[in-house]
Design a protein around this ligand. Structure first.
Ligand code: ZN
Length: 299
């Protein structure tokens, strides 16, 4: 019995090199993107005999699947424009949980955090559309809460407890390094020491310096940074208002806290109110964003 592959559904690609016909390396399979990346010797993968291969195999969710998921979340939020917060949470939770579980073996916490930030941006617009005459801080207070160690939890009170929206970043990543008890990997001294030696995978030295000075806490909400939190470096006094470039004028804030602080800095001085500004979803947030005008400083 022979096996025939359908030509129209089959694509031959190399996972490491571009093919002569210009086909980009890598394949998408069942929603996973598989490709190999050339690596310097000491980072290279090994074959079963322990010989260095000169490349590493990387598997991630396919871009197409990420945007499909994004669309589904957006449509669900749109469909609940006027619904109670609890109804929206009830419909979003299985979507977020299902997707995150499917990719838990290949997703990094960074991808999950990015997705959570995109959900947050959409929910922020959802909240502001419902209350066009209230500001961002008012909406944040109404729809987001700190529950345990989780800051910025989209939740609503039901009886004595909260009904909360799942976060992608709550899904355990298989390669995830467990942090004991309440210790945060961003605790000032530890992160600083490691980052200085180039060992901390997620913390750049400049950020580590701020973490150390702030004892691992966001200066806006005064809560300790947790794994999965997004942060940004902020100029305490905006440059346009005479703030300097020195370290003393910099602080590290949760990305969400930074949004609120920026709104506050500019309220009344911008023609277009930031509370009605549509955030640009295409601009994927990173743990530390690149500089954007004079308000943020890239590190
Ligand atoms: Zn904060």
């Amino acid at each position: 019995m022979g096996l025939d592959l359908s030509h129209s559904k089959t694509r031959i690609a190399h996972t490491l090199h571009e093919r002569p016909d210009g086909t980009k390396p890598g394949i998408d399979f069942l929603g996973f993107a598989v490709r190999q990346i050339p690596m310097v010797k000491h980072q290279s993968g090994k074959n079963t005999n322990g010989q260095k291969l000169g490349f590493k195999t990387i598997i991630k969710p396919a871009e197409k699947e990420i945007s499909k998921h994004d669309d589904k979340v957006a449509k669900t939020i749109d469909a609940h424009k006027a619904a109670p917060q609890a109804a929206l949470i009830k419909h979003l939770n299985p979507i977020i949980r299902g997707w995150s579980n499917y990719y838990s073996a290949v997703c990094s916490s960074e991808i999950y955090s990015e997705l959570d930030y995109r959900v947050y941006s959409k929910l922020r617009r959802w909240g502001q559309r419902r209350h066009p005459h209230k500001n961002g801080a008012w909406c944040a207070k109404r729809y987001w809460h700190t529950i345990g160690n989780n800051h910025w939890t989209f939740a609503t009170k039901s009886g004595d407890s909260y009904f909360t929206l799942c976060k992608h970043a709550d899904t355990p990543v298989v390669r995830h390094v467990k942090v004991k008890g309440d210790a945060s990997p961003y605790d000032g001294d530890l992160a600083y020491g490691r980052a200085r030696m180039g060992q901390h995978p997620e913390v750049k030295p400049a950020v580590a310096k701020l973490l150390k000075r702030q004892k691992g806490k966001c200066t806006h909400c005064e809560l300790t940074f947790r794994p999965g939190d997004l942060w940004e470096v902020d100029q305490i006094q905006p440059k346009a208002k005479g703030g300097g470039n020195g370290w003393s004028n910099l602080q590290l804030l949760h990305k969400h806290c930074h949004d609120l602080k920026t709104q506050h800095d500019w309220s009344g001085t911008r023609v277009k109110s930031p509370t009605t500004e549509e955030p640009d979803d295409a601009k994927v947030s990173r743990p530390v964003l690149k500089t954007n005008g004079s308000r943020k400083r890239s590190v």
